[in-house]
Design a protein around this ligand. Structure first.
Ligand code: DX5
Ligand code: ZN
Length: 215
């Protein structure tokens, strides 16, 4: 069974408390929280105060996806706001390894997200220092985009490397996950499914989350 991480980016911000309650009642494992700075990606979402407020509503794991430049400036603040996993973008980090060390030293799990153009092989040598690899299956910045099939090949390749080397790194897929493609994505080797619009845009989000878990 995959770990299912609904992305709150697609939730109703006017009803965040209720959305959180719904997720608490659902089979969702994690809350996926997308932070954007308008520089690394051409969009701005929400930030620290929103995450702190949500933290009071749930004990589920907070999977924070930073789509921001210079993430090292904010790692400590995100820890204080309640992040359990902090994911930074390979393309936003000049000293990625140092950033990961910082995240772990603050007591969080360290994640690396890869844009569609970044080869997974780039991080093969440092997987011991990475708890989660987030393979982007859309260009980051917006919800509701179409899944890019090139991500499947990357997942298969990465999963083989992880298994061959008996590593414990988790693979997450982010972007365009639907009830129709989830099974193929999991079969390719994905451990964590992020889903925004598929969950929050559905008539019955709790049933949709259950269906993703059972895909
Ligand atoms: C995109 C974000 C995603 C987004 C996914 O930049 O990283 O987490 O919310 O949304 P869907 O599932 O609608 O593609
Ligand atoms: Zn995301």
């Amino acid at each position: 069974m995959p770990i299912v991480a609904p992305s709150l980016l697609a939730s109703d911000f006017l009803r965040l408390g209720e959305e959180s309650r719904m997720l608490n009642e659902s089979a969702a494992d994690w809350f996926h929280l997308d932070v954007m700075d308008g520089r690394f990606v051409p969009n701005i979402s929400f930030g620290l105060p929103v995450i702190s407020a949500l933290r009071k509503t749930t004990t589920k794991t907070f999977d924070v996806h930073l789509m921001i430049e210079e993430p090292e400036r904010f790692a400590e603040d995100f820890k204080k706001a309640g992040a359990d996993i902090l994911t930074v973008h390979l393309e936003a980090c000049r000293h990625l390894h140092r950033n990961l060390q910082q995240i772990r030293s603050l007591g969080m799990k360290a994640g690396v997200a890869l844009n569609p153009h970044s080869p997974v092989e780039t991080i093969f040598d440092m997987l011991d220092d990475i708890d989660l690899v987030c393979v982007m299956s859309v260009n980051p910045g917006f919800g509701g985009q179409q899944f890019l099939p090139l991500a499947l090949k990357k997942i298969r390749n990465l999963r083989k490397h992880i298994d061959d080397n008996k590593l414990s790194t988790l693979i997450e897929i982010d972007g365009g996950v639907t009830l129709s493609n989830a099974r193929e994505i999991v079969e390719a080797g994905t451990h964590v499914l992020v889903a925004g619009n598929t969950v929050f845009g559905s008539v019955d989000p709790i049933a949709t989350i259950k269906a993703l878990k059972e895909c």
